[in-house]
Every structure is written in C-alpha cells, then in structure tokens.
Design a protein around this ligand. Sequence first.
Ligand code: SMG
Ligand code: MG
Length: 372
Amino acid sequence: MKIETVELVRIAMPLVAPFRTSFGTQFERDILLVHVVGPEAEGWGECVALTDPLYSPEYVEGAQALMRRFILPRLASLPEVRAQQIGEVLSVIKGNPMAKAAVEMAVLDAELSGCGVSLGSHLGAVRESVACGVSVGIAGSIPELLEIVASYLDEGYVRIKLKIEPGWDFEPVRAVRERFGEEILLQVDANCAYGIADSRQLARLDPFDLLLIEQPFDEGDIAGHAALARLIETPVCLDESITSARSAADAIARGACSIVNIKAGRVGGYLEARRVHDVCAAHGVAVWCGGMLETGLGRAANLALAALPNFTLPGDTSASDRYWRQDLTAPFVLDDGHLPVPQGPGIGLRPDPEVLAEVTTSVETLVWSELD
Ligand code: SMG
Ligand code: MG
C-alpha cells in the first residue's frame, strides 16, 4: 500500500474494575494505536504492550520509541510496503513483537480494507461467531471471587479462567468448583508465578478437572514445563513462552505443553499467529485466543483469528462491557456466550471519532516521506 502519514495515537481508558494478576494490578489501559493513512486506504493497529514491562519485556513508551526510531524508518525505506513482507523485513530488529504486530495490523487492515476483504476470510476463518471465556483476576477474598464468577456465568460466558499465584490457587479453585459444579469449563493462569519446586502444590489441582494450567513457570523454562507436564494430570498450556511458530514447535516437541494460548501481539502479528495455529494443528495441539485487555479494535482482529479451525477452546475474547464503560468501537455484546466475527473489510470496525477524541492523550504524526 502507499502510505502518506502514520499517526501514533495514545489513549487512556479506565477499566470497569481493577484487574489483578500475579505480576500486578491494571486500573486503566494506556494504549498505543497505530493509524496508517494513504491516498487509497487507511488502517488501524493496536499495540498490546502494557504500561510497565511486567507481562513481557515490552512497554508502551518503548514500543512507541521503537516504531518512531526503527520500525517505521525501515519500512519507509522500501519501494512499497506490503503486510505480507513486514515480518520478514522487521526480523533484523530483535524482539519487540508487540510493536511489530501493531504496525503489521494497521497495514493489513488498510490493505484488506482497500480490496474489500475481511481479516477473518484473509486468515482462513471457518466460523461466524466465537465462544467466549472470561479471565477473572485475583480477588480480595473467596466470597468476592464467587460473586464475580457468578455474575460472569449469568452473563453467559462459557468458560472461566482464574488468575492464580502462590497463596491463591488451591482454595479459590476448590471454592469455584464446589459452588458452580463439575460442569463449568474452568482453567487457571499463573503468569510465570511458580517454580519447579511448586510442582507438588500444582499437582493438588489435579482433582478439579481443569481444562488447563497456563504458564505456571518462567517463560524461558521449557524444561521445567515439560517436567511438570509429566508430573501432573492437568494439561499444561503456554502463553508467555510462545513467541513464534518456531518456539511453539520447539515447546511441543519437548513436551512442555499440550495446548497453546495464541496472542498476535506476543508472536509479532496476526500472520505469525496464523502460522502458530498451523504448527499446533499439525501436531494435534489445540489453541485458543488470548487477550491483552484490548479495545474493540484489537478484539475485532482477535475474533477473526479465533475463527480459525484449530481454535477449539473458548478464548479470552470477552465482550466490551467486561473491560470498558464505553468501548472505542461499536461494542461487542455477548450473545449466548458468543461474539460475532466481524465481516466488514479489514478488521471490520473503526474507532468512534467522538470516543476517540475523548480518550486521546497524545498524537504523534509522522510523515512517511520524511522517515526514510
Ligand atoms: O483481555 O480479557 C483479557 C485479559 C486476559 O488474562 C488475560 N490476559 O496472561 O493471559 C494473560 C493475561 C495477560 C494480560 S494481564 C494485564
Ligand atoms: Mg496468560
């Protein structure tokens, strides 16, 4: 596509409720959006980096600096930018998948919008709606947790994921199972909070028939996850450890996981995310779509991804009102536990101009011809 300007738009969106994980509490999201504008098309990308480098090494300020200084100048030096080539072109820049993914998403959205193709059909979507789970943060007490889970089940979410950490694992899982029964789909996510020495404690979760335990150990600890997978009955799922299709193949081959959480931002973009999906499918490893507290823009793209055939488990693609009083786009509303896969060109949604103006904290405009 031909690009004339890129706007790096920073927005601040308060969450409807604080979200506590083993690495910290999010009260609001400071999000970097990438808006690419050309004579024929424009597109939006959402960077999933958090304010602080606690989930992964990336953080929002750093992502913006990297785009301005390295990513965009490198792309601007090409005769033509094509989404398909961005991953390869940017591979000389080490790491930083979230920054790269956001730029690729914006270009992909613009290209597909320009030719009237939806992201879902471009990626190979096979369904028009996606079953949705919800990620439940660490609560102040067990009764508070039970109340939160009850209200999500009432809303129709088909799967509950509990965030866990040492001291908040066995009891909350037992309480949720006791109160809501064996039928509900239940899983846990530790965000790297445990070590191999905690294996016996994690084995205590076996009787609760969890769908999976997500990323119990450090992201680099493939051997530890493989050892745990041999020891416990609960299937081990990796999130932070999976940074590319190659790392997924490696983790699977080494027996470190039997399920994979796919997040486009974590693997460098939606096109690499599709390759992760394909590698997992080839190995008979089920995948599901993770979330990073996205606005409707990122959610739209995640739903397109989650419509691929091997996304056989419900993802963390929750409805707009689980996150925001007012989403940036037309809201995603849960319908019988499902969200629709957007059918319009590109990601299929645009920011509401009024909401965007209200939440914008800064706009940095870069002129393509001056970047090179
Ligand atoms: O988008 O619903 C969402 C959040 C899902 O739990 C979620 N994400 O490790 O999977 C994960 C976390 C990472 C983000 S925590 C701020
Ligand atoms: Mg996770």
